[in-house]
Design a binder for this molecule. Structure first.
Ligand SMILES: *Cc1c(COP(=O)(O)O)cnc(C)c1O
Length: 372
């Protein structure tokens, strides 16, 4: 079998070097413990060191300011869709009927808004509606001065819509950012942010770990009904070890963070991701509408690049053939999300320029074999 090129959206490719290191010490962590991380008590000093080192590396690589706590949680990004309103609703200036602002730029922010409606009044400052083509971030949003926070998804994984920088917010109203699919892919400015969260299965390792980076002053005012494992306060007081954490996923994220540090950090990755995505978008844009990406140019994602084949809406038989031939050439994970169809290439930090080039070569070959 030839090499497999994984362009899946998540769980996604993990850097080879990380997988090899994990394999090397799978049976004997650190070469000295005689057991696997999988078999290790979460209260042991070895695991305690993994936790503290993971947080330190994340703080260094993401340049997280000192007044933010790093929480290692359960429940995925989806768990945070409930965790955020439960922990933050008390910060709304409307204490009788708390509100929060949501920018809906795709499926994930839409899902977050829907879940939040259980716990507070959601106001949509922007509602892109399907097919979610972009998001103005100028002064057109009608922001609620009573809102507990302003929520946005920095990269919509399904629709390929990414904020080039954080939206503006009113003074004293913190931003909440879902960075699940573009964390550490580019520089992130924490200014005005209250909570920044992600699942780790796209850019930071395996599924099972959720990271929330929470500004200190926002911890401790959660709703009394907040489940302990979603409570920032409870998890913070217990150093994220309130119950058994997803130990192996934390370990893998630790390895990914070491890898990021060793290859030159976010600065290097940002450069690489700009080059990779540019190569793909150029191929799409120069194809004479054989390949089509509909996202407004300023909001095109550098991580997830959805496109259609054959026309603006896509020709289903051509797209099916594209996927079939790509798979035969070892390129997998390219099927668009079931809600939007078409093709989607996810080119996370772990996907190399060579792999991106391989996809582009295949796209050009596919197009040339269909032009007559
Ligand atoms: C994948 C994803 C999620 C959901 O993550 P789960 O861990 O499956 O809950 C949320 N937000 C974004 C932007 C995602 O890409």
């Amino acid at each position: 079998m030839g090499k497999t090129f994984n362009f899946g959206a998540g769980p996604a490719k993990i850097p080879e070097a990380v997988m090899e290191k994990a394999q090397k010490e799978f049976l004997n962590y650190n070469g000295t413990t005689g057991i696997s991380v999988l078999e290790m008590s979460h209260r042991s000093s070895d695991f305690g060191n993994i936790v503290s080192s993971t947080k330190k590396l994340l703080r260094d690589e993401m340049q997280i300011p000192g007044n933010y706590e790093i929480l290692l949680l359960h429940g995925g990004g989806t768990g945070q869709f409930a965790g955020i309103p439960l922990n933050l609703r008390a910060f709304s200036k409307n204490s009788e009927s708390p509100t929060a602002d949501y920018a809906v730029t795709g499926s994930w922010s839409n899902g977050a808004a829907k879940e939040a409606e259980k716990y507070l009044t959601v106001k949509k400052v922007f509602d892109a509606k399907a097919p979610f083509l972009g998001a103005p971030i100028g002064n057109t949003w009608k922001r609620d001065p009573d809102a507990a926070y302003l929520y946005y998804c920095s990269n919509e994984t399904i629709h390929g819509v990414e904020f080039p920088h954080a939206p503006e917010t009113l003074p004293d109203i913190p931003l909440v950012a879902d960075v699940s699919s573009n964390v550490l892919s580019r520089n992130f400015d924490f200014t005005n942010h209250g909570v920044v969260f992600c699942g780790t299965q796209k850019n930071l390792g395996a599924a099972g770990l959720t990271i929330a980076i929470v500004r200190e002053d926002l911890i401790g005012k959660h709703h009394p009904f907040t489940p302990a494992i979603l409570s920032y306060d409870e998890m913070h007081k217990n150093n994220s070890l309130f119950n058994t954490p997803s130990t192996y996923s934390i370990y893998l994220t630790h390895l990914v963070l070491e890898w990021i540090r060793d290859i030159g950090g976010v600065k290097k990755l940002e450069e690489l991701n700009a080059q990779k995505s540019q190569l793909l978008y150029e191929t799409i844009d120069n194809s004479g509408n054989f390949f089509v990406n509909n996202v407004q140019k300023d909001f095109r994602s550098r991580m997830n690049i959805p496109f259609h084949v054959g026309s603006v809406e896509g020709k289903p038989e051509l797209e099916a053939e594209f996927l079939k031939k790509a798979t035969a050439a070892g390129m997998i994970g390219l099927k668009g999300h079931r809600s939007v169809g078409g093709i989607r290439a996810s080119i996370y930090n772990s996907v190399t320029m060579e792999e991106t080039q391989k996809l582009v070569d295949f796209m050009k070959f596919f197009q040339s074999s269909h032009s007559d």
